[in-house]
Design a protein around this ligand. Structure first.
Ligand SMILES: [Fe+2]
Length: 315
């Protein structure tokens, strides 16, 4: 008769520590860089267009980072799209178009550059004119955990474009704005007092890259899924894994900004922004920094030009 304990051991594995102490870059792929062009949402039928890196990430379903899935939603005038992810956090930004979103029997009207968040649940997006939405949710995280979202952590919340612009102009007109690492509004929700983020998982920033500006390198462990809201040619980001002693990113990759397009900055990579276009440009990075901050793993650092060194940001 077999040992009654043995049947519980079939999936157990044992490794010598040094062989698998850091599987990242080996059996678990690193997060790739990527960009997704505005042409994806400018033609064809009404549909959801995942910005899908799941094959490179080895995730079982559409994902743009291990935790998040970013998408464009294209909706033709008078048509509708239903979204129903298994997600705790959904963020929608109106790239173009006017319409409304129906959620739990109520309607949220929206116009260009409005942003709204939804908790778990189904939503119907109805377009009154040619519409493109940028939609980010955390279904890949829940898929990894093997759980279903069932408890809303916040109620639907709208960030009107005129409120975003008012707050950004206040910050931009501050005499100290030129000395800051970024000229931006962090969008938050009163339910998340610890992380001060837009949901408990997602982080969102509405920012301007003023004409002629260089925004020096910084880095963080959250992954950035940057939507460029508007720009003229001549805006770009440099990104890479290491800095030299002068604060230059070593062997950088260059992401040229394009209006209504998205690029991915991997975790821990230094990134700096440059505007040589002659006109202000606007961006909306979305990150999993709510979750990273909760885990105390955000590890954000800024290069400090005066001291030729980098500093970590401590609250
Ligand atoms: Fe950043």
């Amino acid at each position: 008769m077999s040992n009654p304990r043995t049947k519980w051991t079939t999936d157990a594995r044992y490794f010598e520590y040094s062989k698998v102490a850091n599987p990242i870059g080996h059996q678990i792929p690193k997060v790739p860089t990527a960009d997704f062009n505005h042409s994806l949402h400018e033609q064809g039928e009404s549909r959801v267009i995942p910005l899908d890196l799941s094959r490179k990430l080895q995730c079982p379903s559409p994902a743009t980072s291990p935790n998040l899935c970013a998408n464009f939603i294209r909706i033709q005038p008078g048509e509708r799209i239903t979204t129903s992810p298994n997600a705790t956090s959904q963020l929608y930004f109106v790239i173009r178009g006017k319409g409304r979103t129906e959620f739990n029997g109520e309607a949220i009207p929206w116009t260009p550059h409005d942003l709204f968040t939804l908790p778990v649940g189904s939503a119907i997006h109805i377009a009154g004119s040619d519409t493109a939405l940028y939609w980010v949710h955390d279904e890949p995280l829940l898929t990894y955990l093997g759980v279903r979202a069932d408890a809303p952590r916040f109620k639907p919340t709208l960030y009107k474009h005129e409120d975003e612009d008012r707050e950004l102009k206040k910050i931009q007109s501050d005499p100290c704005a030129g000395s800051r690492s970024r000229v931006s509004v962090l969008l938050a929700n009163k339910n998340f007092k610890q992380t001060e983020t837009i949901t408990h998982v997602l982080w969102a920033m509405y920012g301007v890259l003023p004409k002629g500006a260089t925004q020096l390198p910084h880095r963080h462990q959250s992954i950035a899924l940057d939507l460029i809201i508007d720009c003229k040619p001549g805006c770009y980001s440099l990104m890479g894994e290491k800095l030299d002693s002068e604060g230059n990113i070593i062997r950088p990759l260059r992401a040229d900004w394009k209006t209504a397009s998205v690029f991915v900055t991997p975790p821990g990579w230094w990134h700096a922004h440059y505007n040589e276009s002659g006109a202000d440009a606007h961006l909306l990075p979305i990150q999993d920094a709510g979750l990273q901050t909760h885990m105390r793993t955000l590890d954000i650092h800024f290069f400090h030009a005066d001291h030729k060194s980098y500093i970590s940001l401590r609250h």
